[in-house]
Design a protein around this ligand. Sequence first.
Ligand SMILES: NC(=O)c1ccc[n+]([C@@H]2O[C@H](COP(=O)([O-])OP(=O)(O)OC[C@H]3O[C@@H](n4cnc5c(N)ncnc54)[C@H](OP(=O)(O)O)[C@@H]3O)[C@@H](O)[C@H]2O)c1
Length: 330
Amino acid sequence: MAAVARGPWLPRAWLCRRAGPGCGRHYRAALCAELKQPLAIEEVASRPVRPHEVRVDVHFCGVNFADILVCRGQYQEKPQLPFIPGMEFSGTVLEIGTDVSIVKEMLWQIPERAPLREAAALPVSYGTAILALEHRARTRPGETVLVTAAAGATGLAVIDVATNVLQAQVFVIAATGSDEKCKLALQKGAQSTVNYSQGSLKEAVRKLVGSAGVNVAIDTVGGDVFLEALRSLAWEGRIVVVGFAGGNIASVPANLLLLKNISAMGLYWGRYKEQSFPIFSRTLSSALQYCQQGRIQPHIGAVFKLEEVNDAFLHVIQRKSTGKVLISLK
Ligand SMILES: NC(=O)c1ccc[n+]([C@@H]2O[C@H](COP(=O)([O-])OP(=O)(O)OC[C@H]3O[C@@H](n4cnc5c(N)ncnc54)[C@H](OP(=O)(O)O)[C@@H]3O)[C@@H](O)[C@H]2O)c1
């Protein structure tokens, strides 16, 4: 869970309060009581904030593809039932536990100019996009970037960061499963598009950039789309494995890596939280800063109410969504 919130970033004296305004109340939550079943909206009793906790009034939650996998028991992390799914939210800090000295551990402060709605769309998608392009692939000016499922939450974030943060001259090819999604990717800054539902991704990329291939590929689909992206790489190209939205995990033909000195690498953004917190934290601070500066603009494709959470999940899993899908609690 990574979240962004707006102050008050309370002075130390405030941190000593025992019971806060939220204590004793009830709040609504979408609960997963059984895997592969619809979530239930329940009233949950609020309890006093523990010394290491912070109470946040949540305004918006992001719906991630991974949330659906978690609720189906198909994700690498398997929380104990019953649980409240969710990986990111934005809100307002209400109360801070007595042992919390800096509200920085899993909360990042939203700058004044960044709206709460947009802020909720940042952590997972932009954290991943920044990490993939900058830290893993080490994308350089003048390089070509191929991104798959390019109109999705991660895909559009990759386009946004590549074109608006990585100091220009990065040529982005957006690969998606429909003409409408290709059109959106172009509007959001991609220079070229490929609809991979209509033929070979590799052949289409070759027509666009010639046999030299692309320098970087960011793949969230897996299976054949991953293999075609791998085969589209240039000499010393880098492919970043981000997800398997298509449901199939491909094996990497090692000879392809050897022939063109290619690097295939994985990326699990959330794991940096435990393994390398400064890197994890930097992706969030950077995303918030870029958003405040107006350099990036998350695309919010749909906003659902909490009661509509199962419709929101269907919208994502049926490939109908573009950009980030949010749940509004206000
Ligand atoms: N490793 C990490 O740290 C990390 C971080 C973020 C996301 N992810 C993973 O990356 C993937 C995409 O996440 P996201 O949040 O960007 O999701 P998203 O916005 O829902 O995008 C998913 C897209 O994948 C494409 N897709 C292809 N085959 C599909 C299928 N059989 N079923 C559903 N979608 C299919 C669809 O786009 P087209 O119609 O254009 O093909 C769909 O819109 C997920 O697997 C997620 O778990 C991993």
